[in-house]
Design a protein around this ligand. Sequence first.
Ligand SMILES: Nc1nc2c(ncn2[C@@H]2O[C@H](COP(=O)(O)OP(=O)(O)OP(=O)(O)O)[C@@H](O)[C@H]2O)c(=O)[nH]1
Ligand SMILES: [Mg+2]
Length: 298
Amino acid sequence: MRSGFVSLLGRPNAGKSTLLNRLVGAHLAIVSDKPQTTRTRILGAKSLPDGQILFLDTPGVHRPMHRMNVRMVDAAIGAAREADVVALVVDASEDVGRGTDFMLGLLPQLSKPVVLVLNKIDRLKKHKLLPLIEWFSARYAFIDVVPVSAATGDNVEALEQVLLSHLPEGPPLYPDDYLTDQSARSLAAEMVREQVLVHTRAELPFTTAVVVDRYEEPEDEEAPLAIYCSILVEEPSQKPIIIGRAGEMIKTIGTAARKQIEEFFERRVYLDLHVKVREDWRENERTLDDLGLPKHRR
Ligand SMILES: Nc1nc2c(ncn2[C@@H]2O[C@H](COP(=O)(O)OP(=O)(O)OP(=O)(O)O)[C@@H](O)[C@H]2O)c(=O)[nH]1
Ligand SMILES: [Mg+2]
């Protein structure tokens, strides 16, 4: 038996959260086509016949411009420091650039075994794969290189076996039905935020947060979960965008999020959404604490 932690590290939008969800077979981490979707470390456990892998999904590594982003990048690097193995997830369909160099520059100081995961191969022309592997291999001594498509699932099982083979020997750390360390509250808040990301553009995805104000779980399982959330925006002008004309937008967001939460918890849900302006919340240490972003520690 082998078991341990694998941290998924990479640039924003590389597909880390899509890969986590694919690996554990549940929608634990929200996904969007906007960068900086994931804001906290998310644990997803996968029990296998010959061991257990504890995956840590992390925010994409980027140049932080706000206190929130400093905490996000810290969470990513902190998770990599905690892990037994780092899986560096790269969008293989994109050109390498300065961001790639920055990521690679972080690796030596982690002093961890690193597996290179070339994701999105469904979008890559076959002849481009080998030169890409050579480019990366010339820059760091990866212990393995595995091309995958998190979207289609192509080669993901092989990746799982490779990662397991690099974990220390030992019994599983959690029971085999253990899935995540996320609370029901934060899973629900994240599903609301996912729908905000799907339905909004420009700066809104970056300036929105979701907090659960009240979460009621009636003992009678036929009665719906009642979840009351605030959607935080940074400026008064952003409020009407989230609400939409005649409340159309917030209704769309609410309906889609409610369906997702119901599916995840297999229970009826009553979801109540409010939009609140909290100026500069991305710089506010207390709000960031409340949102579960760990404090800056370096
Ligand atoms: N074609 C294709 N698209 C993918 C694949 N994996 C992820 N995507 C898409 O890439 C986008 C980003 O995916 P995420 O999983 O949110 O990326 P992430 O690395 O978690 O991003 P951050 O949380 O912002 O750091 C989404 O639109 C995904 O649907 C893949 O294998 N193939
Ligand atoms: Mg993510």
